[in-house]
Design a protein around this ligand. Structure first.
Ligand code: FE2
Ligand code: FE2
Length: 266
């Protein structure tokens, strides 16, 4: 594959439907970027929606079957839901790379989101591998489309995207993953918790990148970052945040507590 710019490479992943191929391309592009075979960011508008495989079938959130933790079936449905989140996350990483190229962001911005996409590809592959061990595979169960809807609602401004995707949806993962690990461990699952530990630790860096670049953009616009976060959240995520919060993990991501705690749903 010869790709001239990072934005073109990002769009190539977004327009690839097959998950395994998305992961393979992600690794190749991340290496090309890190090792200087891709140098220019360039400009290449990403698609409104990424290409996806024929399966899983996407259902509205309210029609999703309820998850349980018990037995192999419960485990498969949980891991499948998480694999779907990670596949979306690969596309979200590349979408941030390609969508905001007119904002003259520094090279380190692109380093961070290429790294995020690479982590997400690893996460997806770990979870798909667990599904395979349980006799299943990604695509076997329905999935929902909530994550991409969040992307569509925040396609106009990188501050909106960072507020809603890494600083809200990925940060929510920091709040919920430890309890998921506990429940699985108590049910005698020894395979899934180590994978979720790796994901949890990587996600701290993804949230941190969100907070860092949101702050960078606020400062560049002469705005107070905390006030700007509240303004974007009121506009794009007015439902508020679901407590309880994992303050410890959020602190590791340098997410100021007063930014998010005041948005907690009553
Ligand atoms: Fe992830
Ligand atoms: Fe992530």
């Amino acid at each position: 594959m010869t790709t001239r710019t990072l934005a073109e490479a990002a769009t190539a992943v977004l327009t690839t439907p097959d998950p395994a191929e998305k992961c393979r391309l992600t690794r190749a592009i991340a290496a090309d970027w890190a090792e200087g075979r891709i140098v220019e960011v360039g400009a290449c508008p990403p698609p409104d929606r990424p290409a996806r495989p024929e399966k899983p079938r996407l259902l509205p959130f309210k029609d999703m079957p309820r998850r349980s933790y018990g037995g192999d079936r419960g485990r498969i449905s949980l891991i499948h839901a998480l694999a779907h989140i990670e596949l979306n996350a690969i596309d979200l990483g590349w979408d941030i790379v390609a969508r905001f190229t007119s904002h003259e962001l520094p090279r380190r911005f692109y380093d961070d989101w290429v790294r995020v996409a690479l982590d997400e590809a690893r996460h997806f592959e770990m979870l798909d591998d667990l599904l395979n061990r349980l006799g299943s595979r990604y695509g076997d169960l329905p999935a929902h489309d909530g994550l991409w809807q969040a992307a569509e609602k925040t396609a106009d401004d990188p501050m909106a995207r960072l507020a809603v995707v890494p600083m809200t949806l990925e940060a929510r993962g920091l709040d919920t993953t430890p309890a998921t690990i506990d429940k699985l461990s108590r049910n005698g699952d020894t395979l899934t918790p180590p994978a979720l530990e790796i994901i949890f630790n990587d996600e701290i860096h993804h949230v941190a990148a969100g907070v860092r670049w949101f702050t960078f953009l606020a400062e560049r616009r002469n705005q107070d970052a905390g006030t700007a976060f509240h303004a974007w959240m009121n506009d794009r995520y007015p439902a508020g945040l679901k407590p309880p919060f994992n303050h410890d993990a959020r602190a590791k991501a340098r997410f100021p507590r007063h930014w998010y705690e005041t948005l907690a749903r009553k």
